[in-house]
Design a binder for this molecule. Structure first.
Ligand SMILES: Nc1ncnc2c1ncn2[C@@H]1O[C@H](COP(=O)(O)O)[C@@H](OP(=O)(O)O)[C@H]1O
Ligand SMILES: [Mg+2]
Length: 258
């Protein structure tokens, strides 16, 4: 049993600092698990379990009155009547986590309050970075005139290939929704377009951070992303530099996502 990490003083009252700390310490725990010599399914399961256990313990200790929605815990529907809900993916990109030395996996911590995402952090432990809403990332100038669209490495939606052809974009495959959203924040890509399946925990924290950095975020048809719903399926989204949003939404409205 490892000692629980010590809460930084500011994190007691500041939800941005708390989210950042929680994602960071869970990421550090995941790096430890990755160093234990496990492989494949065993490594995936050990990572999911260790990050979930630590995050659950720290939320119970430091935010005991808040509700929690986590990929790795039973869904307690009392969250539907709560004012504050932490939306957690303890390990996003589990597949890539189990393929060292890949760095495209992440920890997601978001806070939903009365209808809105109000704080969030995405740790990318293998890069040693935690992107967050407290110190929002500053969007670098765009270095590519040809749009780069981040897509799932293993489940790229078919329509994104057609979209790329129409707008003369390049596809950049990588793991983890959080990593793909942060790739737009970091000017590694200019857009992330996904459809076909995802859940609130896969995109809540990434969207909170992306918005804080000034990026455009919506469903693929341009509709609002809505969190803390009874059904937590949130199967599609666009995160992009604002100047690309109209083109992408227009394509989806004309062609659909099939
Ligand atoms: N079609 C789909 N249906 C359900 N979940 C999906 C999905 N495509 C992606 N996801 C989820 O979104 C996250 C990012 O996926 P990808 O790396 O393929 O982009 C993964 O989360 P987890 O790793 O937490 O399971 C994955 O499970
Ligand atoms: Mg996930």
């Amino acid at each position: 049993m490892t000692d629980a990490p010590t809460l930084p003083a500011e994190a007691a009252t500041d939800d941005h600092v708390f989210a950042t700390w929680l994602a960071t310490v869970a990421g550090e725990r995941l790096l430890e698990v990755r160093g234990q010599g496990l492989e494949g399914r065993e490594l995936k399961d050990a990572g999911d379990a260790a990050a979930q256990a630590l995050i659950a313990e720290l939320l119970a200790a430091h935010r005991p009155d808040d509700a929690v929605l986590s990929e790795e815990a039973a869904d307690d529907k009392s969250r539907l009547d709560a004012h504050r809900v932490w939306i957690i993916d303890p390990l996003d990109g589990t597949r890539e986590f189990s393929e060292p030395p890949r760095d495209d996996w992440a920890v997601h911590v978001a806070l939903w309050q009365d209808g809105l995402l109000v704080a969030g952090a995405v740790a990318q432990p293998a890069l040693g970075e935690t992107f967050n809403t407290g110190n929002p990332p500053v969007l670098p100038p765009r270095t590519s005139t040809r749009p780069r669209i981040a897509v799932s490495r293993t489940r790229p939606p078919a329509f994104v290939q057609a979209l790329a052809e129409e707008i003369d974009a390049e596809l950049v495959p990588m793991g983890s929704a959080g990593v793909k959203v942060m790739s737009v924040v970091r000017d590694v890509a200019d857009a992330y377009v996904h459809a076909g399946g995802q859940y609130e925990w896969d995109n809540a924290a990434p969207v909170a951070v992306a918005r804080a950095a000034g990026l455009f975020c919506s469903r693929v048809n341009g509709a609002e992303l809505v969190y803390n719903q009874d059904d937590v399926s949130l199967p599609d989204l666009i995160v992009c530099r604002p100047e690309l949003a109209d083109q992408i939404i227009d394509f989806v409205r004309r062609h659909g996502t099939d």
